[in-house]
Design a protein around this ligand. Structure first.
Ligand SMILES: Cc1cc2nc3c(=O)[nH]c(=O)nc-3n(C[C@H](O)[C@H](O)[C@H](O)COP(=O)(O)OP(=O)(O)OC[C@H]3O[C@@H](n4cnc5c(N)ncnc54)[C@H](O)[C@@H]3O)c2cc1C
Length: 414
């Protein structure tokens, strides 16, 4: 059979795979069950504003993601990009205009809110982190204890970084994955913070879909795939309206949706993950409202991060499990308003608020977590998604890298 690829799932992973294949002139059809592309990173309309299903932050080290966005996004300057600046309670760390890793090492030395002894211990750990290899995986908490990172530096720096990057608390988070992110963050402009200026569907999916179509590929939204089966020389992909045959298939759905999709493919080993939620509370204030910083962190209270989206829209992010999940939405929203008032004195009541909880935002990135490879026991069948094997935790970069890896397997070797 001539090469024709089905991609099931129009999140960042599936779109990256389809885009990369279509760039090589390989016929590709992408099936997405929802009306919009983007999956767990998608834009939506709310009270006349454009928001996302959850506030996302990108890092300078997301090389593949930034390269693909550079190729596909039509909007000039789609990010607000800034050197790492962490403000958590009384702690403040800014990076210095020096080559990495000295930008952050000096940043730590001159940081505010922790003792000199803690700063020096943190600098020693950070200087080692770039080359640290673990013989066996362990928890981030154990790693930090071993490197004498207790007290304030853990509360103000390591805990928030671990939750932000791995969406898993330090007690159970994988030290190996944490170190991988830290290493990339310490090189180049890897630790730069990028906050999208546009919604997440416009950031990559919309532009990529347009190019895929222009290259002759198909993008079928509102097209849930009911099953994928082996057929002679390839795979049968069935939706409610049609069954079509392809030489290759990439299953790019979230791990919790894989079992249903692959029910007729016993060769696929299903991952056995725990999941972590992420809750975003959007609060719209009068247009002139500003946070003192683009991004502010908290080690106490409900919100972990407040992000100023501009035009008076503020996103509060709460990652992983916590007491917020037990609160009624209205109570959660008004507590968040009070927390925002703590940094913007005299703030009027919000014009509107919207609480979005993604219960299975990411898999729990725990010690020795087993992630399936992109290749499967069935030649021609691949898995793409932020949960598949890779050095990054469940992030846009992990999703994009996995999609590109699937495309590389399918593309004929030159
Ligand atoms: C609230 C929140 C905040 C986050 N914050 C960050 C952040 O700050 N930085 C960061 O890098 N990452 C963040 N992430 C993680 C990031 O969004 C994910 O890692 C990434 O979007 C996963 O992409 P994916 O393509 O692997 O999966 P998904 O986005 O889940 O895509 C799978 C797609 O498959 C579709 N699908 C499912 N079943 C079928 C079917 N049968 N037929 C057709 N289609 C189907 C789904 O509709 C979906 O569109 C966050 C995630 C959430 C939820």
């Amino acid at each position: 059979m001539e090469t024709r690829v089905a991609v099931v799932g129009g999140g960042y992973a599936g779109i990256a795979a389809a885009f990369s294949l279509s760039e090589s002139g390989i016929p590709v059809t992408l099936f997405e069950s929802s009306k919009t592309l983007g999956g767990r990173a998608r834009g939506l309309d709310c009270n006349g504003a454009r928001i996302d299903n959850g506030q996302h932050i990108l890092l300078g080290c997301y090389r593949e993601t930034l390269a693909l966005i550079g190729k596909t996004c039509k909007i000039p300057e789609p990010f607000f990009r800034m050197p790492l600046e962490l403000a958590v309670d009384s702690f403040h760390l800014g990076s210095f205009p020096l080559p990495p890793p000295f930008d952050l090492l000096f940043g730590l030395l001159f940081s505010k809110g922790i003792s000199l002894a803690e700063k020096l211990r943190a600098i020693r750990f950070m200087a080692k982190a770039g080359t640290l290899e673990l013989e066996a995986d362990t928890s981030v908490e154990t790693l930090l204890e071993y490197h004498e990172q207790g007290g304030d530096i853990t509360n103000f720096l390591w805990k928030p970084l671990c939750i932000a990057a791995l969406n898993t608390p330090i007690e159970t988070a994988s030290a190996r994955v944490f170190l991988a992110v830290l290493k990339d963050g310490l090189s180049g402009r890897g630790s730069d913070i990028l906050i999208p200026r546009v919604d997440l569907s416009s950031l990559f999916p919309a532009g990529a879909a347009e190019i895929i179509r222009r290259n002759g590929g198909e993008i079928l939204t509102s097209s849930p795939v009911r099953f994928v089966r082996k057929s002679s020389g390839g795979f049968e992909v069935s939706t409610d309206s049609a069954s079509r045959h392809f030489s290759h298939a990439i299953l790019a759905v979230a791990p919790q949706h894989l079992a249903r999709l692959a029910k007729d493919l016993p060769e696929i080993k299903l991952p056995d993950f725990g999941y972590q939620p992420i809750c975003t509370i959007y609060s719209q204030y009068p247009e002139t409202t500003r946070l003192p910083r683009k991004m502010t962190g908290f080690s106490q209270g409900l919100a972990q991060w407040l992000i100023d989206r501009g035009s008076g829209l503020i996103a509060a992010v709460i990652s992983a499990q916590g007491r917020h999940l037990a609160l009624p939405q209205s109570e959660l929203a008004s507590e968040i308003h009070e927390e925002i008032r703590g940094v913007v004195p005299g703030l009027p009541p919000p014009l509107w608020q919207k609480v979005i909880t993604e219960k299975r935002a990411t898999f729990s990135c725990t010690v020795d977590v087993e992630r399936p490879e992109q290749t499967t026991a069935l030649p021609g069948l691949y898995l793409a998604g932020d949960y598949t094997a890779g050095k990054y935790p469940a992030t846009l970069e992990a999703a994009i890298q996995s999609g590109l890896a699937c495309a590389d397997h399918i593309r004929p070797r030159t």
